[in-house]
Write a protein that binds this ligand. Structure first.
Ligand SMILES: Nc1ncnc2c1ncn2[C@@H]1O[C@H](COP(=O)(O)OP(=O)(O)O)[C@@H](O)[C@H]1O
Ligand SMILES: [Mg+2]
Length: 252
């Protein structure tokens, strides 16, 4: 039987002038799988995920969603395929509450659409936060007063309101304290339990071993390693990121 991927990217190529940022990258993601995407600065990680989220249009390449060929030529097209992205800047509105951020632009309304139904808004937000195991005392708090980890959690919760099949997270644990990192990793594991496929970009290699099923290593715009997490040690992963994968380690 043919293997069924949630999403597949084939031969993705993208150049900026003389810089060949992506030189024919293939990526497969199974339903419910968490894929770690790593590589040195400039390897092409963010560009590859911008391609998957429709923000960057590749020069070459094909996309398959649940086995069917699709085109991802705009952020709208990616969203229509239920691909959601939490970019590094989080794009939260600081002065708005947790609930207003989560439902920005699609708030529940009353009186024929003339007023936001605040009660329903906060109840729905609370329900979503609880489902994801996110511990935030009040959905009425403005996000500007929150810690980095809580803000990250709100951004992920907002993406989850769209009920995505694929969630892309670009450096969700950068610049967080230890407790906060653990909170975000637990959140990623909760997202995974809902059957969502996740692509996680991170420089914190130890995090990958907490949440990932598989790791893909990019180097100068090419995939140079792609293995199940069990087939990596921290040492072999570092070798791979430095450009010389030692595939003998841990592989039977
Ligand atoms: N908008 C852009 N214009 C020109 N060059 C870019 C642009 N975006 C990315 N690049 C180049 O593409 C390469 C890959 O970048 P990027 O995908 O950001 O790498 P990573 O996320 O792995 O650090 C780098 O050489 C970078 O300078
Ligand atoms: Mg990047």
């Amino acid at each position: 039987m043919e293997e069924h991927f949630q999403i597949e990217m084939r031969n993705i190529q993208k150049s900026y002038g003389n810089i060949r940022s992506l030189r024919g990258v293939d990526l497969q993601l199974k339903p419910g799988e968490v894929l770690g995407l790593v590589g040195d600065n400039g390897a092409g990680k963010s560009t590859l995920m911008k391609v998957l989220s429709g923000v960057v249009i590749p020069d070459e390449g094909e996309f398959y969603f649940e086995g069917k060929k699709v085109s991802i030529d705009s952020p709208r097209a990616a969203k229509d395929l239920s691909i959601e992205t939490v970019f590094q800047d989080l794009s939260l509105c600081d002065t708005l509450s947790v609930a207003n951020n989560m439902f920005l632009g699609r708030e529940p309304v009353k009186f024929l659409g003339r007023l936001i139904d605040q009660k329903t808004l906060h109840a729905k937000s609370r329900e979503h936060l609880d489902k994801l195991g996110i511990d935030i005392s009040s959905t009425k708090l403005p996000v500007q007063n929150m810690s980095g980890g809580q803000r990250q959690a709100v951004a992920i919760a907002r993406a989850m309101v769209f009920d995505p099949k694929v969630l892309i997270l670009d450096e969700p644990t950068a610049a967080l304290g230890v407790k906060e990192v653990n909170m975000v990793l637990e959140l990623i594991n909760n997202v995974k339990k809902k059957g969502v496929s996740v692509v996680l970009i991170t420089h914190r290699l130890q995090d990958l071993f907490e949440v990932c099923d598989r790791i893909m290593v990019l180097n100068e715009g090419k995939c140079i390693d792609d293995r199940l997490i069990e087939q990596f040690t921290l040492d072999s992963l570092i070798k791979s990121i430095m450009g010389s994968p030692d595939k003998g380690v841990g592989v039977s």
